[in-house]
Ligand binder design. Sequence first.
Ligand code: UD1
Ligand code: UDP
Length: 392
Amino acid sequence: MKGEFNMLKIITIVGARPQIIKAAALSRAIKENFSSEIEEIIVHTGQHYDENMSEQFFQELSIPKPKYNLGVGSQSHASQTANIILQLEKILLDEKPKVLVVYGDTNSTIAASLTAAKMGIAVAHIEAGLRSFNKNMPEEINRIATDHVSTLLFSPTHNGVQNLENEGFSLNNKAPFSMDNPAIYHCGDVMYDNTLFFSQLAEGKSEILEKHSLEKNNFTLCTIHRDYNTDNPSRMQSIFQALSFLAKEKNQKIFLPLHPRTSKNLEKSLGKSLYEDVVKNKNIIISGPVSFLEMTLLEKHSKLIATDSGGVQKEACFFKKPLLILRSETEWVELVEAKSASIVDANKDLIISQFERLLQSDNLVFPDIFGDGKAAVFIANKILEYDRQGNN
Ligand code: UD1
Ligand code: UDP
């Protein structure tokens, strides 16, 4: 056990909604197990800033308040990334953390990783090794670059570890670790930690189902926010034609908590007639972003999930729900291989036919690949071990 003055100082970077949610797991693990050994400072880049995309998660998931908020907001990729780098450098100079923790693959992730790596601060990348093999996605560039400047790489799945090995990372490196001699860990998924922790808690805490007259196991949950969907009217039209068909012709209830990026574009991308068709259909319920506990309840009690989200795909598997992936590929190939998920892209006919296939299939298999719900404790332990090994 360490004294107050030689605690390990880490900085955690959050910016986008899923990173705030993921950060809850590590903050909880630190609070419960390592509060006398690790001092965690949270820096929020401000990439997401609406109350329902940011603040509500800090309150609901008891995440410590960020010490800094860089307030970068919505900008072009270059401006957003550059703005984070410029501001974060000053904070890292002041705070002198030993380790910088980043999540996932957003602009906040790459900006913070580059800043820290060039200052000699070890980057711990949670969700390392995930690949879509599609560099047209900004996220693919962000995650590859982040992995290659990280010292501690925490991969949720075996497939992620394999991807790293295929890119030339050695799995046999020994301490002392550095960017040139990084540690690769297979650790499970902090999102699974969160789902296990919050799913019971969510029951009774929200009336989201009642509010929207959603019957348990009798509605589809759908989220859409990827730029290549939201910014491409023909893809949006095709997805919504399929949803409209299912709602109208098959009497399926569909709940869509939409990301602000999607709602801002919806009317324009669908065109007047399809837009009106969609919003007037009583079986299609469109809302703004919901809280994590609400989302957890919606996922748990849905009958099928359709999404282009990385995180929601995994949560579909945690809750053993059939899944339509509104993308042309996925990082979670294991779900598709198990056939409980189908890649349907933005193809209207495929969306409809796979919707029917999945709902008619008995005994769908949901792979158990996301660990034991203790990923965050494992990660905190490995970060402490790194500190004790006298690196730097
Ligand atoms: C970002 C991540 C993406 C992640 C997603 C999670 C990048 C490149 N992309 O995408 O990987 O899956 O977050 O949700 O980092 N907006 C608001 N209010 C907000 C936030 C965003 O209105 O609080 C709107 C703005 O119009 C903004 C747009 O959403 O221009 C996109 O936001 P941005 O953070 O640039 O990217 P996301 O699409 O959210
Ligand atoms: N989520 C939420 N409210 C919503 C939509 C999503 O709490 O209205 C949660 C969801 O349960 C998951 C995370 O946000 O934990 C996924 O974030 P998002 O889809 O924005 O990003 P991605 O995972 O694709 O990066």
